[in-house]
Design a protein. Structure first.
Lengths: 114, 114
C-alpha cells in the first residue's frame, strides 16, 4: 500500500443525495490532491491543498466541496451530483508542492450517480 | 504549459517477450517525467521518475525508461513481460520545479498473453 487510504471504495448515490469521500495519508506529507478519472480521459486535477490551505480549484462545479481539516485528512463533499459525475475519484499526497515531488495515490472511490 | 502523448492506447504482448510503451512530451521547461501503473481497482503506483539526472532511469519490477531530449520522448521498456504486468500505464510530465500540476497521458492498456 502507498500510505494513502480512501473510503469508501465504492459509492452509489442518487442525484439528490449528499455524501462525502474521505482520504487519509500516513506519509507526513504537506500537500494533498483530488483527481477525477473518467473512462478514456486523462486524469483531471480538481483541488489542491498545501498545509491545509486550498491552492487550486480547477474550475470544479460547486456541487463538489473539498475540506482539509488537517494535513493528514482530505474530504470531498458531494451534493446534487449529475450522472456525468460518475467516475473514479483519486486522492494523492506529496511531500510538498513542486514539480519534482512524487505524488502518491490512493486506490480511489468508484462513484456512480443514478 | 506541458503535455504528453501516449502513442498506443493498447499493447498486447506474450509472456516473456519485451514490452515497449511509447510516450512523447512537450514542455517549455526542463521537465520531470514519470511513469505510473494502475492495476484494476487500484490507485496509481509510481514505476520510475526522471528529473534531469541520468537519462536512463531504472524503476521497479524490471522497468526502465530513457529520456531523449532530441526526440522529446520518454519510452518505457521491460525486457521480459510477466502476467502481473497486465495493467494500465500512464506517462506523466510536470513543468518547472515549482509547478505541481501534472499532465497525464491518456494511458496505455497492456495485456499479456500466456
Amino acid at each position: 500500500e502507498t500510505g494513502v487510504t480512501q473510503t469508501p471504495r465504492h459509492l452509489v448515490m442518487g442525484m439528490t443525495n449528499k455524501k462525502s469521500l474521505k482520504c487519509e495519508q500516513h506519509l507526513g506529507h504537506n500537500a494533498m490532491y483530488w483527481y477525477k478519472q473518467s473512462a478514456k480521459k486523462p486524469l483531471e486535477l480538481m483541488f489542491v491543498y498545501s498545509l491545509e490551505e486550498r491552492v487550486e480549484n480547477n474550475s470544479v462545479p460547486s456541487r463538489f466541496s473539498p475540506e482539509c481539516p488537517n494535513s493528514s485528512h482530505l474530504f470531498l463533499h458531494l451534493h446534487t451530483l449529475q450522472p456525468e459525475d460518475s467516475a473514479l475519484y483519486l486522492c494523492a499526497s506529496s511531500q510538498d508542492l513542486g514539480g519534482r515531488d512524487i505524488q502518491y495515490f490512493g486506490a480511489g472511490t468508484r462513484l456512480s450517480v443514478l | 504549459a506541458q503535455s504528453v502523448t501516449q502513442l498506443d492506447s493498447h499493447v498486447s504482448v506474450s509472456e516473456g517477450t519485451p514490452v515497449l510503451l511509447r510516450c512523447n512530451y512537450s514542455s517549455s521547461y526542463s521537465p520531470s517525467l514519470f511513469w505510473y501503473v494502475q492495476h484494476p481497482n487500484k490507485g496509481l503506483q509510481l514505476l520510475l521518475k526522471y528529473t534531469s539526472a541520468a537519462t536512463l532511469v531504472k524503476g521497479i519490477n524490471g522497468f526502465e525508461a530513457e529520456f531523449k531530449k532530441s526526440e522529446t520522448s520518454f519510452h518505457l521498456t521491460k525486457p521480459s513481460a510477466h502476467m502481473s504486468d497486465a495493467a494500465e500505464y500512464f506517462c506523466v510530465v510536470s513543468g518547472n520545479s515549482n509547478d505541481y500540476k501534472l499532465s497525464f497521458g491518456a494511458g496505455t492498456t497492456v495485456t499479456v498473453r500466456a
